[in-house]
Design a binder for this molecule. Structure first.
Ligand code: AMP
Ligand code: ZN
Length: 109
């Protein structure tokens, strides 16, 4: 989708957004409007609009998103205390950026 998509721009390094993690498949950065003390977005580099658009071939991307989220929870010190992982799907599910992403939120006392 390229230029029209904010998360394509961010994940391809075209913005000043700082990555907490990056590999060939995905990037992780802080949510600009955090809903909790820790709020990270795990974003595949491939443009996939939403969960509805996943294909069989995308399965490795999805599993990598979860595995990286698990590692980031350890890095941010919230693995033991706990965290929430969620994906909003389309407008009715609260999705506002139509490029697949996994939220990791944590840090409530
Ligand atoms: P969703 O509602 O699941 O589509 O979530 C989109 C998320 O992206 C929201 O939590 C926004 O705060 C976040 N967001 C929007 N623009 C940016 C940005 N430039 N950098 C980081 N996070 C962003
Ligand atoms: Zn995109």
């Amino acid at each position: 989708m390229g230029q029209a998509c904010l998360f394509c721009q961010i994940s391809s390094g075209q913005t000043s957004t700082e990555f907490l993690f990056e590999n060939d498949t995905l990037v992780v950065f802080k949510d600009i409007n955090p809903a909790a003390p820790v709020h990270l977005l795990i974003v595949p580099k491939k443009h996939i609009r939403s969960i509805n658009d996943l294909t069989e071939a995308d399965q490795p991307i999805l599993s990598e998103m979860i595995m990286v989220a698990k590692e980031l929870a350890v890095q941010r010190g919230v693995a033991e205390s706990g965290y929430r992982l969620f994906i909003n799907v389309e407008r009715g599910g609260g999705q506002v950026i139509f490029h697949l992403h996994l939220h990791l939120i944590a840090g409530w006392k």
